[in-house]
Structures are given as C-alpha cells and as structure tokens.
Design a protein around this ligand. Structure first.
Ligand code: ATP
Length: 263
C-alpha cells in the first residue's frame, strides 16, 4: 500500500508491502500519461475535492473508489477538463491540460459518463454515425468500429433498434463504442456497471479488459464494484470526504479479507 501526504493513511496492508510499492514504482517509471498535482475543485467556489494528486501511466489501468459523495465523479470530470480546478495543475502527455473538453478530446482523452450518454430516440446505427464525426478521419472511424464490433457484438446486431430501447448494459456498451471513435489514449469511465445485472456488468468489464490488455489503452475508472474493477486495474486510489486517503495495488486488494477501512 502506498499513502499520500494528506495526513491520512489506509489501515491494513500485507507482508509483501515492499513488493507492491516497487511494482507501483516500476509502472510509474515507464512514464506518465496523466499527472495531476494538488488538485482542489468543486462547485460555485466550494471545494468537493481537496489537494488530490494522482497519475496514470502509459498503458496503465487505474481505479478510483470511495463512498457515495466522496468526490469521485468530481475528480474524473476535473481530469477531463469539464471542471476547472481552483488549485493545482494537470498535465497530459507532458503538456499542461486546460479545462477545455474539446482541446482535451483532441489531445487523446475520452469520457464515458455515469448517465449512459446515448441519443435514446435515434437508432444504434444513427448514434454510431453521430459518434463517427468525432473521429480524426474515416480510417480512424472504421478502425474504432471494427474494434467495437468485436467487443460488443450484442449491440452491433441491433443497428436498427432505437438506443432508448436497449437494456442498460447495452446502452452502456454503445456509449463506450461511441467514445472509442475519439481514439483515446486515456479512457475515463464513471461507474460503468451502475444499475447493471451482474452478467451484463461482467461483459462491460470483459470489454474494458480487452481494451487495456490487448490494445494497451490507458484507463481511469470510477467503480463501486471492486470485484469487477480488480479484474482490470493495476492499482486503485481511495477517496474519502474529498481527499485522497491512499493508493493500493490490485494485487494487494484482492488478498484483503475486508474493505471496511477503505470507505
Ligand atoms: P457518488 O458515488 O454518489 O456518485 P461521488 O463520489 O462521485 O458520489 P461527487 O458526485 O463527486 O461524489 O460529489 C462530491 C460532492 O460534490 C458531493 O457533496 C456532491 O453533493 C457535490 N456535488 C456534486 N455535483 C455537484 C454540483 N453539480 N453542484 C454542487 N455540488 C455538487
């Protein structure tokens, strides 16, 4: 387990502490894609997250966990540039990142928000056609479509169906497929399994695992279900009351017998 200088630590830990720390250090040594230092951000001048520093390496998958209202969505939206931090700096690919979504999408970020973003009154095909406009060019769009067809055959078979009539899980898969049109270097996801039946949640995380393992896509994922999250991520940040209270490798988290101190 690694802790941060916020004054708090996460209790627990295992005997192979040094091995976990060195594994985190090895990942970091391979270079950072996203780096955020001492971020404070919130709404109407009131901080919802304070003094948070996180990073995501090239090809790394990282989770964010915490109780309801801890500040996870605020942190993710700040990383995307949808919320301007009151304090702190964010850099992406080594360059300062402005609080501007369009600039950040062009730089290689994409987000799948919690509120399943699809156009309900349009068909699956029409949703994908709209998303194609976000692609760099036709070849990039074709390649993203090819990847999505393999990842989400269930959705692909329903091209003519209205997106609003898809199941929650299918809509979630469609929104991930749409985000892939941006050809992101780093995919941000906000609770991809919220409201999904276990089998569908499993399929969504199968797709994320394939994106991370086979395509080397970097992932930063807020998720309540540790069971799903730990199949995909290398390490996890723990947020409590707007502050980062710790960081733990997936390898150490799977060995835990309880999680009470994390929330
Ligand atoms: P959950 O797991 O319930 O989705 P979360 O960890 O994602 O919660 P946030 O949604 O980031 O937490 O909320 C952090 C704090 O900021 C909460 O106190 C919330 O009420 C507040 N907050 C979130 N969105 C807004 C907003 N648009 N305006 C004002 N306050 C907000």
């Amino acid at each position: 387990m690694t802790t941060h200088g916020t004054g708090s630590t996460v209790a627990g830990g295992t005997d192979d502490h040094s091995a976990q720390t060195s594994s985190v250090a090895t990942k970091r040594a391979s270079g950072q894609l996203l780096e955020a230092h001492n971020i404070t951000a919130g709404y109407r001048g009131r901080a919802a997250i304070e003094d948070i520093s996180i990073n995501v390496g090239h090809g790394e998958a990282v989770g964010i966990i915490g109780h309801n209202g801890a500040g996870k969505t605020t942190l993710l939206n700040t990383m995307f540039g949808a919320i301007e931090p009151m304090k702190g700096e964010i850099s992406f690919q080594g360059k300062p990142m402005p609080a501007n979504r369009q600039t950040n999408i062009r730089a290689g970020l994409a987000i799948v928000p919690a509120d399943r973003f699809v156009f309900a009154s349009l068909t699956v095909k029409e949703n994908l056609q709209i998303a194609r406009r976000n692609a760099r060019d036709a070849a990039a769009a074709d390649s993203a479509e090819e990847a999505s067809e393999k990842l989400f055959p269930v959705v692909w078979e329903r091209q003519k169906q209205l997106a609003g009539s898809l199941s929650g899980g299918e809509r979630r898969m469609l929104s991930i497929a749409m985000s892939l049109m941006w050809q992101p270097e780093l995919l941000l996801l906000d609770e991809p399994t919220v409201g999904l039946a276990p089998a569908l949640a499993e399929r969504v995380f199968d797709a994320l695992k394939a994106l991370a393992d086979d395509r080397g896509m970097s992932i930063l994922c807020v998720e309540q279900s540790l069971h799903h999250l730990l199949r995909v991520v290398d390490r996890v940040y723990i947020i409590r009351n707007g502050r980062l209270i710790g960081e733990e490798t997936a390898a150490s988290l799977v060995q835990r017998t309880d999680y009470w101190d994390l929330f």
